[in-house]
Write a protein that binds this ligand. Structure first.
Ligand code: PGA
Length: 256
């Protein structure tokens, strides 16, 4: 996988904060994370309406801005959707794609996710493709098959140019928001399954040089060191523990 010395830490704030609370948190994090921004690649993903305001707060601060979704068309009659081009204009550089909550509640299919990955890359955004099995899928023994299939379908026909970057986040659906992460060994195993799927689809030089694999699902300051660094995992996607300045700062601190 891409050899980055710095861990990638992505905060996914979901729809959990008001506009006011988002701005308060972003401002507080800019100062509390100041001394760690050279040692970790930090990305904050607020909701769409707050992106321009958070972009202003992050200006010149060495913390990247991410969006929680992207639409696959550049322009047109698509009420309610937001294009990669618009996000790029707002200063966004990462976009979450295929988060399990969107697969579940918004009925996003592998094909929609594939379109989103393609359009994000074409806009020069870094897609953070989220994959992971449900509890039932794990119980019937199809975890590896499900994860490999999600990766293969999302990246079908996708090519990465030299400048493109891709992040794949392994997020077991059943541990998201549960307070209980999977073991590092289990995360590493799934990461290896994902790596193999990537190598089946993309030139290995691209996989090794341009793709990062991260883990998400109840990561906090107490368990992050279990996941970093491992041979394949080089970052984390954080929900609950990114919603307060103390918990997120403590988590980032653990990685540096
Ligand atoms: P969590 O969320 O850290 O609260 O489990 C992770 C995610 O949904 O990306």
């Amino acid at each position: 996988m891409a050899k980055n010395t710095k861990p990638l830490i992505i905060a996914n704030w979901k729809m959990r904060l008001s506009v006011k609370d988002t701005l308060v948190l972003a401002k507080a994090l800019v100062s509390s994370l100041n001394k760690y921004t050279n040692q970790a690649d930090i990305v904050l993903c607020p909701s769409y309406p707050v992106l321009p305001l958070v972009a202003d707060i992050l200006k010149g601060k060495n913390i990247a801005l991410g969006a929680q979704d992207v639409f696959w068309k550049a322009k047109g009659a698509y009420t309610g959707e937001v294009s990669g081009d618009m996000l790029k204009d707002l200063g966004v550089s990462y976009v979450l794609v295929g988060h399990s909550e969107r697969r579940q509640y918004l009925k996003e299919t592998d094909q929609m996710i594939q379109h989103k990955v393609a359009s994000a890359l074409s806009e020069g955004l870094t897609p953070v493709l989220c994959v992971g099995e449900t509890f039932t899928e794990r119980q019937i023994g199809s975890k590896d098959v499900v994860v490999a299939r999600q990766v293969e379908r999302a990246l079908q026909g996708i090519e990465l140019n030299v400048k493109d970057r891709l992040v794949v986040a392994y997020e077991p659906v059943w541990v998201i928001g549960s307070g209980q992460a999977v073991s590092a060994a289990e995360a590493e195993h799934s990461a290896l399954v994902i790596k193999q799927s990537l190598v089946n689809l993309l030139p290995s030089k691209v996989v090794l040089g341009q793709v990062r694999l991260i883990y998400g699902g109840s990561v906090d300051a107490g368990n992050i060191s279990d996941f970093l660094p491992t041979k394949v995992i080089s970052g984390v996607l954080v929900g609950s523990a990114s919603l307060a300045v103390d918990s997120f700062t403590a988590l980032v601190k653990e990685t540096t």
